[in-house]
Design a protein around this ligand. Structure first.
Ligand code: HEC
Length: 224
């Protein structure tokens, strides 16, 4: 009784009185936790630019092949350069800070299959081919088969190609994909260097005659 008496506030509304209780501890801790969370949130999304913002999500949803400038991957003071959230996709990750650092038009230049006139040259050193094989095993076998014999995707070991043979065509197939046909654009997931490695590896598959090959699709290309 006396303890409650101390806490009793002076006002009285139609006989209803109020006690000046402390906030429950769990509530106060929740409050502190929110403050800590907000600091982490700020660092994650707005300082280090690791996480996806809504604009990034929007761009990706509107056009899965959309990439502004893939090599533009500037990070706060170069810290955390290599770390990305699992959802990271350079396609949508242009932040105002990056745009500012890149000063102007180049930040918004969109490279498309059509505007990409680069001639890609196959890598032939063992290290690159081994790296390419690893990337292929991790990302491509589910559709193109363990040995490139084909499955959901076309056979990559024969002389028939839907989208052209040779390093430049294969690199572009991987880089820009055919999203409406089930082959995604890989430039959002693989670095340019990795795309060259995996494309170079694909070229080494030609004529390997794996078991259970998928029937040829596309045109026979004599000169490869
Ligand atoms: C989800 C399934 C899927 C995955 C995963 C996939 N592809 Fe494909 N890929 C396809 C399909 C389907 C096509 C055929 C597209 C078409 O019909 O135009 C294709 C086409 C290709 C072509 C063009 C073939 C041609 O005949 O011109 C190349 C090269 C290729 N993929 C390489 C790769 C590489 C390298 C990877 C891994 C980084 C990969 N693909 C991952 C489904 C996939």
């Amino acid at each position: 009784m006396s303890e409650n008496q101390d806490k009793l506030l002076s006002h009285d509304y139609d006989g209803i009185r109020e006690l000046d209780n402390d906030l429950p501890r769990w509530w106060v801790w929740l409050f502190y936790l929110c403050i800590i969370w907000s600091v982490l949130y700020l660092l994650y999304f707005h300082v280090f630019h690791i996480g996806y913002l809504s604009a990034d999500e929007y761009n990706k949803e509107m056009d899965p092949t959309y990439v502004r400038v893939s090599e533009a991957d500037l990070k706060f003071w170069g810290v955390l350069d290599e770390y990305h959230s699992p959802l990271f996709n350079p396609a949508g990750d242009m932040t105002p800070r990056k745009a500012l650092l890149m000063k102007g038009e180049s930040a918004f230049a969109v490279v498309t299959r059509e505007s990409d006139t680069t001639t890609y040259v196959a890598l032939t050193d063992e290290e690159s081919i081994a790296a390419g094989k690893k990337i292929f095993t991790q990302n491509c076998v589910s559709c193109h088969g363990t040995f490139g014999e084909g499955g959901i995707g076309p056979n990559l070991t024969d002389d028939y190609w839907l989208h052209g043979a040779g390093m430049t065509n294969v690199t572009k197939s991987v880089m820009y994909g055919y999203p409406s046909k089930g082959m995604i654009s890989w430039r959002g997931f693989l670095k340019p260097e990795q795309i060259l490695q995996v494309a170079s590896y694909v070229l080494t598959l030609r004529g390997t005659n794996p078991p259970n090959p998928k029937a040829p699709q596309g045109d026979l290309v004599a000169e490869q």
